[in-house]
Write a protein that binds this ligand. Structure first.
Ligand SMILES: NC(=O)c1ccc[n+]([C@@H]2O[C@H](COP(=O)([O-])OP(=O)(O)OC[C@H]3O[C@@H](n4cnc5c(N)ncnc54)[C@H](O)[C@@H]3O)[C@@H](O)[C@H]2O)c1
Length: 260
């Protein structure tokens, strides 16, 4: 029996939160992992965790919102390893702004990372995978994409765009055997979630933060938040284990918050 081929994965936004867990779980499964993030110190921590598990890593510190950077990150991984089997578009940004006080600066920042950078990385990886005739791409979306969120509209709209891009990409890449799916995590207590909920409490005039957070948790049908490591397990399953007839799918990992 021949040994299973080592997979080569690139994870954006892998310096912390969900992205770090995804990178570490890929390393635990024997994958080579390219860690891409604007936060160099965090990216190094992720790479060190991957190496402890015996994984080969490459760290790419860059701001994905700059023109040409997503494509260069993909090219760097392909140069290092001769190809790319998995792309996880995980890097994301969101901030609270009341609907009637929205700023174009927040829309630009949100869309340039969550939408444009994701689409450019996806197309660059898609070209590599088209030539290979194989590959799997997973985009991180959010239950927010289908909710009415008057304080979080730019973020919700950006994730609705991720859903649209996932559908288009799945169809564009299907003839080449490349699968494109998404994962919608529920509430994970990461850096992003913490700062968002603090701001939300402030704009809603809530000083009772613990009660506010508990109320939000109770809205999840399963009645609890989810660990990033659990969601990462779903991403890794789609990338390495899921049957190869699943594409254009959205895996809801939100404890029943998202039911479609
Ligand atoms: N936390 C939640 O509850 C939740 C829920 C649903 C979806 N999500 C999504 O999950 C994904 C991961 O979020 P998280 O909660 O782990 O957040 P996080 O803030 O912990 O991680 C985001 C990562 O992206 C990196 N990043 C930000 N701007 C960048 C840029 N310009 N270039 C390169 N890297 C950049 C950050 O440095 C960070 O490491 C995001 O797409 C987010 O929208 C999170």
């Amino acid at each position: 029996m021949t040994a299973p081929q080592r997979k080569r994965a690139l994870v954006t936004g892998a310096a912390g939160g969900l992205g770090q867990e995804i990178a570490v779980q890929f390393a635990a499964r024997g994958c080579a992992v390219a860690v891409v993030d604007i936060n160099g110190a965090g990216a190094e921590i992720t790479a060190a965790r991957c190496r402890e598990l015996g994984g080969e890593t490459s760290t790419i510190v860059s701001d994905l919102t700059q023109t040409g950077v997503p494509e260069r990150a993909i090219a760097a991984a392909v140069d290092a390893w001769g190809g790319l089997d998995i792309l996880v578009n995980n890097a994301g940004y969101g901030a609270i702004e009341p609907f009637l006080e929205m700023s174009d600066a927040l829309w630009d920042r949100t869309l340039s990372l969550n939408v444009t950078a994701l689409a450019m990385a996806l197309a660059a990886a898609g070209r590599v995978m088209r030539a290979q005739r194989s590959g799997r791409i997973i985009n991180i979306t959010s239950p927010a994409s289908r909710m009415a969120l008057p304080y979080y509209t730019a973020y919700a709209a950006s994730k609705a765009a991720v859903d649209a891009i996932t559908r288009s990409a799945a169809v564009a890449l299907a003839p080449f055997g490349v699968l494109v799916n998404s994962v919608a995590p529920g509430m994970m207590d990461t850096e992003m979630q913490r700062s968002t909920e603090l701001d939300l409490a402030r704009v809603e005039g809530r000083n009772d933060l613990d009660t506010f957070l508990a109320e939000r948790t109770r809205r999840v049908p399963l009645g609890r938040r989810v660990e990033p490591a659990a969601v990462a397990g779903g991403v890794v399953w789609l990338a390495l284990d899921a049957p190869d007839y699943i594409t254009a799918e959205r895996l809801n990992f939100s404890g029943g918050l998202d039911r479609d």
